[in-house]
Design a protein around this ligand. Structure first.
Ligand code: PAF
Length: 283
């Protein structure tokens, strides 16, 4: 695997691959890779001829009081993991490479309706930062397929909407959340949990899963289900940002005809803000 830091180097590799008819998969990441990322790499390896991974801790998606500085960075270790996962190219750009005109002056991608709700309400500007950087990475790498984890459910919906609205010639593929044996969704931010908090953290998943089960068993009092789930998390010591039941496709508020739901939650435990989601299908 080769590591490159400049746009021209990525373009050279990808142009060469495309000119011999090869297909290209991109897995965008912020590094500190875990099994969840490696599952995305495995799928990328399986579904395309050339696998490109990117590692870029994107300042545009962090709020002023968020963990941009503290976000775990482990480029050398990550490169070894990517090599083992069969990646062909690692793109690890600097901030100047991605935003040559500076953060404040750069053009942004807004995805209306989806960016200000749920996590977007608690993290203003976050999803605009995500959509913008993903768009830039797509323009640099020009992948045929790009892979994202379903743990970041709202992010995945926003990227799908952006790709559709801007008529991008790329397939967006979502991959199931990878979990620790006790149910906790794998995330780089799990590192922030103390051993005591780590032991409590799976309660987020268990609460969302039980709420999804209640929906599947026919309960339809959405506010009551959301309230009970939030109360359960608060009792377990979480600072609850939200528990919300939405239509799985659109993230709109469910109505009587809704058949596919997603139960989403975001909650703080010590220094970690954890997110997770579980879908529920009603036959
Ligand atoms: O999910 C992430 O790691 C990031 O939000 C992404 C998609 C790499 C954009 O910075």
């Amino acid at each position: 695997m080769e590591t490159v830091t400049h746009t021209e180097a990525v373009r050279g590799h990808v142009e060469q691959a495309r000119s011999r008819g090869a297909t290209v998969a991109l897995v965008p990441t912020m590094g500190d890779l875990h099994e969840g990322h490696l599952a995305l790499m495995a799928e990328g390896r399986r579904c395309a001829d050339v696998l490109v991974a990117s590692i870029f801790v994107n300042p545009l998606q962090f709020g002023p009081r968020e963990d941009f500085q503290a976000y775990p960075r482990a480029l050398e270790r990550d490169a070894v993991k990517l090599d083992g996962a069969g990646a062909d190219l690692l793109f690890a750009p600097s901030t100047e490479t991605i935003y040559p005109r500076g953060l404040a002056a750069t053009t942004r991608v807004e995805v209306p309706e989806l960016t200000d709700i749920l996590c977007g309400a608690a993290r203003p500007g976050h999803f605009t930062g995500v959509a913008t950087v993903v768009n830039i990475l797509f323009n640099i790498v020009r992948p045929h397929v790009a892979l994202f984890g379903e743990k970041d459910y709202q992010q995945l919906r926003i990227i799908r909407r952006m790709a559709a609205d801007l008529q991008m010639d790329v397939e967006i593929r979502g991959m199931p959340t990878r979990r620790a044996p006790d149910g906790l969704a794998l995330s780089s931010r799990n590192r922030y949990l103390s051993p005591f908090e780590r032991a409590r953290a799976p309660e987020l998943y268990h609460t969302l899963r039980d709420t999804a089960l209640a929906l599947e068993r026919g309960q339809r009092d959405i506010p009551a289900l959301e309230g009970a789930a939030a109360a359960r998390l608060a009792a377990a010591g979480f600072g609850v940002d939200y528990v919300s039941i939405r239509e799985a496709e659109t993230l709109a508020t469910p109505h009587t005809a809704t058949r596919t739901f997603v139960v989403l939650g975001a909650a703080r435990l010590g220094a970690a803000r954890l997110i997770d989601n579980v879908t529920a299908d009603i036959p």
